[in-house]
Design a protein around this ligand. Sequence first.
Ligand SMILES: NC(=O)c1ccc[n+]([C@@H]2O[C@H](COP(=O)([O-])OP(=O)(O)OC[C@H]3O[C@@H](n4cnc5c(N)ncnc54)[C@H](OP(=O)(O)O)[C@@H]3O)[C@@H](O)[C@H]2O)c1
Ligand SMILES: [Zn+2]
Length: 341
Amino acid sequence: MNNDEFYIKRCIELAQKALGYTYPNPLVGSVIVHNGEIIGEGYHHKAGENHAEINAINSVKNKELIPESTIYVSLEPCAHYGKTPPCALKIKELEFKKVVIGAMDSHDKVNGKGKKIIQDEGIETVSGILEKECIELNKRFFTYHEKKRPYIILKWAESGDGFLDKDFKPTAVSNTLVNQFVHQLRADEHAILVGTQTALNDNPSLTVRNTEGVNPVRILIDFDLKVPASFNIYSHEAKTLVVNSVKEGTEGHIQFIKINKDHFLPELMEALYKEQIQSVIIEGGRFTLQEFINADLWDEAMVIRNENLKLENGTKAPAFNNTATKTETFRDNTISFYNSK
Ligand SMILES: NC(=O)c1ccc[n+]([C@@H]2O[C@H](COP(=O)([O-])OP(=O)(O)OC[C@H]3O[C@@H](n4cnc5c(N)ncnc54)[C@H](OP(=O)(O)O)[C@@H]3O)[C@@H](O)[C@H]2O)c1
Ligand SMILES: [Zn+2]
C-alpha cells in the first residue's frame, strides 16, 4: 500500500462511521496531510450537514498550512449548490497543493465537474485511488444513480426443512445473535419492504431495536389496503410508504403510492427512485421474495438457516439456486451471503 492508498483507506474508515445516517447522501471521508502528517480529518455525518471535506478543513488548527497540503477524499468533491455550497469551490478557493480522489461521482450533478473545477485552477489532481473499495463503500449510492433503483438486499430465515413459519402463523426461526445482526442491518439500510400477508400475519413494526440507529423507511405492499391502520407497520416510529392500487397522497408519516399491479416491479422501482430510496431490505414473505428472485432483481441475498429447527408445515422458503460467497456461523444458526454478480 502506497501513501495515497493509506490515506484514502483512512477516508473510507471515517466515512463508514456514518453508515445509515447520511441517506440519500453518500458516505464520504476526508483527510488533510501536510509533510506526511495528518493535520485534519472529517466525514459526512448526516444529509443537510457539512460535507466531509468541509469538516476536515474546519478541523485544521493552522490554516496557513493548507496551501502546502494535500486533501484526500473518498468520493469526488461535489460541484453543485445543494444544502451547502460546492466543496470543489472551497478546495479551489483555499488553494490546496494537491487533491487525491478515491472514486469519481456518477451522480448527474457532479460526474467529473468537481474534479474539473479543481484541475482548471491548476491544482494537481489524482483520482481512482482504491477505487474498488471506494465504490464498494457507496454501493448503495452508485447503484441508485447508475441503475435508477435502490440497492436490493433479499433476506429471510428458514428452518432446516425449508419453512419460513409453522402452520402459516408467526414463528421465531432465528436465534438472538442473528436478531442482533438483523437489527444492525435495518439500521444500516435505508428502507425495508414487506408483502401484505407478512404484515397481516406477523404484525411487524420493522423498527431498529437491540442496537442504535435510524429506523428504516417502511414499505408495505398492500394493493387493496387490507392491512388495518392500527397495525404496527403504521406506528409513528418511522415513515411508511404504502404501495397500493387505490390512492395517492401523504397523511402525516404515511405516504400512499399508487401503482399498477400488472407492472409491479418496474413501477415500484420507479416510485422508490423518485422517493430517493438508496437501499431496501426485502424482508418477505415468500411470495414477495420470489417476485424479486424470478425477475433477477437483487444485489445481495442473506439466508439465515436454523438447521436443527424442523417446522414440517407452513410457508415454504423461496426457491433460490445460487452459490453463497460465504457462510457465517451464529451459534446454532448460519447466515449464507450471496452476490448477484
Ligand atoms: N422467516 C422469515 O424470514 C419470514 C419473513 C417474512 C415473512 N415470513 C412469513 O411468511 C408468511 C407470509 O408469506 P407470503 O408469501 O404468504 O406473503 P407475502 O409475500 O408477505 O405477501 C404476499 C401477498 O401479498 C399480496 N400481493 C399481491 N401482489 C403482490 C406483490 N406484487 N408483491 C407483494 N405482495 C403482493 C398477495 O395477497 P392478495 O392476493 O390477497 O392480494 C400475496 O398473497 C407469514 O406467515 C410470515 O410469518 C417469514
Ligand atoms: Zn461536497
